[in-house]
Design a protein around this ligand. Structure first.
Ligand code: NAP
Length: 461
């Protein structure tokens, strides 16, 4: 049997074996979607509802009873009801005694209540075994079967046996349970679906801030300066020229910012002579969002490639090319090929192509499906060694592009350096410091520190 078919078998719900009866309180969106999926997986479902009238929306084959009656039919009860209505459960305490109650609820705000909903439920019904689960799965995904992105189900609870029973249900539905420990973890699990790209916030804000800054910088030097001093209206630069200057600059700076925290960490460890002291919080946070910074850098690099590819289609570029040809024809003179220029232009394009290729490789290996299939050494080889190589290629690409122009006083309009000169500051500084760090006299003590050696051990034998 091939690998794919065995995967499909593992994910397909088991409909052949009849499983136990599960009770669901609440016939709302989630209760119905979960009930539907459970029936498909071979469970008998009985709903506990305020109204025992059967509606078309309720899964066929499910029973609908009053809460007390339904609870008596099962040892596991899934509470598909909002927390604010949990009070109605207290009169049922006796019936629910010893039963497993699955809290699937979410809140509207992070840390909305002092205790998690699951802990609140456990306080209301101390005789029941409360387990938190399913809150990160959406009713829509359950119903439509599009669970690929949310196949993982966090489960936590104080009673090991109860937790195991719930994890068995999760598995039977074709989902993957992840044991998060005791009910104390419930708050974190409840906050999880409310977070909005937590690791992306800093990289996004930083990229937005830098993009706005460089866009305005270019606008001032390329459009406003030219208009004031040369009375030349180049406002159309806003559409392609300026974005195509800002994108490579952003790609290079953000790629450099992926490697800068590693440099800081190495310097701090060398200075302290130990790896057993925590880095400052800002550095820890920065390290954690390196992947996001790298992916945004890749997005800017890709935009740069697209802008460059459409360049020959631009009216302005076509006009410049044709006027060049016409002026040569009028003067009856063909300009000879400038070999230095040809070398420079081919080299900078080649460096750009290689840099972009490595950039894409870094992006691909950061995808979980790929990174899960390489070992730690392979991952480090790509992300660190090839990553630095990408930084070298991209820095060289910018340097060769600027070439002698960077030394030309005309490049400093209003005494401000060209945007490309600015973009080189951080990458060049990183590459110089990295070069120092890999010198054997520095690399040796750093490697020792990273293997656990301490200059002034706190606990000497
Ligand atoms: P819903 O559609 O509003 O359904 C809630 C159900 O609770 C109602 O259908 C009702 O069922 C019952 N109910 C309402 N007021 C009640 C009261 N005063 N006393 C007793 N029962 C009452 O909500 P939902 O979307 O299914 O969400 C249910 C729970 O699942 C929530 O805690 C939510 O955070 C959680 N959740 C939902 C999703 C989702 O995608 N929808 C995802 C994860 C977690 P009866 O009419 O049958 O009594």
């Amino acid at each position: 049997m091939n690998k794919n078919s065995s995967n499909i078998m593992a994910l397909a719900p088991n409909t052949s074996n009849k499983r136990e009866t599960v009770c669901i309180f609440g016939t709302g969106d989630f209760g119905r979607a979960l009930g539907h999926k459970m029936i498909q997986s071979g469970y008998s479902v009985v709903y506990g509802s305020r109204s025992t009238q059967i509606s078309n929306l309720i899964p066929k084959d499910a029973e609908v009873l009053g809460h007390a009656e339904a609870a008596q039919k099962a040892s596991i009860i899934i509470i598909a009801i909002q927390r604010q209505h949990y009070n109605f459960l207290t009169p049922l305490a006796e019936i629910l005694h010893g039963k497993v109650l699955v809290d699937i609820s979410n809140n509207l705000k992070l840390n909305q209540y002092p205790e998690s909903n699951a802990e609140y439920l456990a306080q209301l019904l101390p005789g029941s075994k409360v387990v938190k689960a399913f809150n990160t799965v959406s009713a829509w995904a359950l119903q439509s079967g599009t669970l690929d992105a949310s196949r993982q189900v966090f489960v936590c609870g104080d009673d090991v046996e109860a937790k195991q029973m719930v994890m068995n249900i999760v598995r039977a539905l074709g989902l993957t349970p992840l044991d998060k420990g005791s009910l104390l973890a419930a708050q974190e699990i409840e906050n999880y679906p409310l977070q909005l790209f937590p690791m992306w916030k800093f990289p996004m804000f930083l990229s937005l801030g830098l993009t706005i800054f460089f866009f305005i910088y270019c606008l001032v030097l390329e459009v406003i300066y030219t208009y004031i001093y040369e009375k030349n209206d180049l406002s159309f630069y806003i559409a392609i020229t300026i974005p195509n200057r800002v994108c490579p600059v952003m790609a290079l700076i953000l790629l450099a910012l992926v490697y800068l925290p590693g440099i800081f960490a190495a310097i701090i460890q060398l200075y302290r002579g130990t790896k057993y002291r925590r880095f400052p919080d800002w550095l820890d946070r920065w390290m954690l969002c390196r992947k996001q910074l790298g992916l945004i850098a890749l997005a800017f690099a890709s935009l740069h490639v697209l802008y460059t590819l459409v360049s020959p289609l631009r009216a302005y570029v076509r006009w410049r090319t044709s006027t060049g040809i016409i002026s040569q024809a009028l003067n009856n003179q063909t300009e000879p090929l400038d070999h230095t220029n040809a070398w420079l232009s081919d080299s900078y394009l080649a460096l750009g192509v290689l840099g972009y290729f490595l950039f894409v490789l870094l992006g691909i290996t950061s995808l979980p499906s790929v990174s899960n299939n390489v070992n730690w050494r392979e991952f480090r080889f790509v992300q660190s060694k090839l990553g630095y190589l990408a930084l070298i290629f991209c820095t060289a690409h910018t340097m060769v592009y600027g070439g002698k122009w960077f030394l030309n006083p005309l490049a400093y309009k209003w005494y401000l350096p060209d945007i490309y000169i600015l973009s080189l500051v951080i990458p060049c500084a990183i590459l110089v410091v990295k070069f120092v760090l890999i010198l054997p006299c520095v690399d040796k003590p750093l490697t020792q520190i990273r293997q656990g050696w301490e200059r002034n051990p706190k606990y000497s034998e």
